[in-house]
Ligand binder design. Structure first.
Ligand SMILES: Nc1ncnc2c1ncn2[C@@H]1O[C@H](COP(=O)(O)OP(=O)(O)O)[C@@H](O)[C@H]1O
Ligand SMILES: [Mg+2]
Length: 470
């Protein structure tokens, strides 16, 4: 054995973590107690505290009554105290939930502790990444852990598979915390939120399906992430592009944004759809609907640009730089499905004009309460101008045939970092990678709105906007 291998701490590590911990080569009685009794007791402290409280409630009255010889009365009073305390803890919902969550968090910490030791993550002073906070999610837990000095997020990432095996879960995902290297975020994924127990795909229900109205500025619920949590993204102040292979779920993904806009009485929706049938479901709530005519599409974008210019003029005269929700300006959304039909239109003059106008609109509309939402098959530079694609702040890549195609939507380099929509199973329609500027792509499955639900949303949208079906 080398000297380094001998220099392992035995039992509990030193009380104060130091870069040069005191180590022993042999176990002593005290260190054995430390490792096998004190550390265990510490991990079970919540349960022990609870047991202690029950024991105190039961034995307290016995001890007091025992002074005057009334042992039996004391025992009865002790039993009554335990029963009353238990009834209160179980009967009062807020206490019951609190107690359950408190014990759950203790259990999570205990399992995490064991898994990290199994995965060989203990530092020279026997410290492991500790759970600072844990949140239960439908398909697992989201933890914030505190790394011990001497380890790194990369170490934890490297050991993630071993931790997952020790925890007996589907996957453990580690993310760097941009604001503190010491506190990475860990997702413990226990089950597949996109499949039921028989392995069949499940549809994600959208809160928009039943909402009476919606405020676009508050964000749009678009789907559920790997942990089964609803993901809400902001469209205002950004523009969104959804890409992917045919039948991957682009139009479905766009429908959540449209539903939110539809239910916002202050929003006007303009639509261009070369396939006609996708956006025509919304036509009664649309302020303009263009199908395959590129001249109409150009005219619509020109109208929106002149509106945008008016808005900038007004902002300038008011000495403002941005539209904010409290200004009460109407929100304008331009939705374009099958974008490449127009951006790669065979006739060059119309195509160039459309592209120039759309780039101008996308580049400048963010500050004036307008947004563009586009869906397209693989947006490679020969069909969608790079300068248009690159200024979309929100990118959503549904399944793609190749890693390159995924990178064309998310941006160069993401596939190399492990974020490629080509890895999505063809059977998993609606699953994609969503990237909001500045972040890391997030895997999620889009919410599904049936045609009937869309019809009801449109009817409610018209009603809350105070109009009639057109
Ligand atoms: N989130 C989803 N949940 C369930 N099924 C979906 C989902 N997204 C897509 N699908 C299925 O995939 C089909 C194709 O979706 P669609 O959005 O029309 O594809 P694209 O616009 O990419 O060609 C839909 O008709 C639907 O059956
Ligand atoms: Mg489509």
């Amino acid at each position: 054995m080398t000297r380094d291998a001998e220099r392992r701490p035995v039992g509990l590590g030193p009380l104060v973590d130091t870069p040069e911990p005191v180590t022993r080569t042999r176990e002593t009685a005290a260190s054995w107690l430390g490792a096998h009794v004190v550390r265990r007791a510490w991990l079970w402290r919540r349960e022990l505290l609870l047991l202690g409280a029950v024991a105190a409630a039961a034995l307290g009255p016995v001890a007091i009554a025992g002074h005057s010889g009334a042992w039996v009365r004391g025992a009865v009073a002790g039993a009554a105290a335990v029963v009353v305390a238990a009834a209160v803890a179980v009967g009062v919902p807020v206490l019951r939930r609190g107690l359950r969550a408190w014990l759950w968090a203790g259990r999570i910490r205990r399992r995490w502790d064991a898994a990290c030791r199994w995965a060989g993550l203990a530092t020279a002073s026997a410290r492991i990444p500790r759970v600072r906070s844990a949140r239960a999610c439908p398909a697992g837990e989201r933890l914030m852990v505190r790394l011990p000095a001497g380890s790194s997020t990369a170490d934890l990432e490297k050991a993630a598979d071993r931790v997952a095996v020790a925890l007996d879960v589907r996957e453990v995902k580690v993310r760097r915390n941009p604001s503190s290297a010491r506190f990475p975020e860990v997702d413990v994924v226990r089950s597949d939120p996109y499949r039921d127990s028989q392995g069949n795909p499940v549809s994600i229900v959208s809160p928009l399906a039943d909402a009476a109205r919606w405020d676009l500025w508050s964000g749009v619920p678009v789907g559920r992430d790997d942990l089964g949590q609803m993901v809400t993204v902001r469209l205002m102040g950004r523009n969104a592009i959804v890409g992917g292979e045919p039948e991957a779920g682009k139009s479905v993904a766009m429908s959540s944004f449209l539903a939110a806009a539809c239910l916002d009485p202050a929003a006007d929706i303009f639509a261009i759809d070369a396939k006609r049938v996708e956006l025509s479901l919304w036509r009664h709530r649309l302020s303009a609907f263009v199908t395959t005519s590129i001249d109409d599409a150009i005219a619509l974008v020109e109208t929106l640009i002149s509106d945008m210019d008016d808005r900038y003029e007004k902002l300038e005269s008011d000495g403002l730089r941005n539209v904010t929700p409290d200004m009460g300006w109407r929100t304008k959304i331009l939705a374009i499905d099958e974008l490449r039909f127009f951006t790669a239109y065979p006739e060059k003059r119309s195509r160039d004009k459309f592209n120039l106008l759309l780039i101008d609109l996308v580049a400048r509309c963010r500050a004036v309460g307008m947004a563009v939402l586009a869906g397209t098959q693989r947006p490679s530079s020969d069909v969608v101008p790079t300068s248009l694609r690159d200024i979309m702040g929100l990118r959503w890549a549904m399944r793609c045939a190749t890693r390159d195609a995924s990178d064309t939507i998310l941006g160069a380099g993401w596939a190399t970092e492990g974020y490629s929509a080509a890895n999505i199973d063809a059977a998993d329609r609606g699953i994609g990678l969503l990237l909001a500027e500045g972040g890391v792509p997030m895997r999620l499955k889009s919410a599904w709105l049936s045609d009937q639900e869309i019809a009801r949303i449109v009817a409610r949208g018209i009603e809350c906007k105070g109009g009639a079906m057109t």
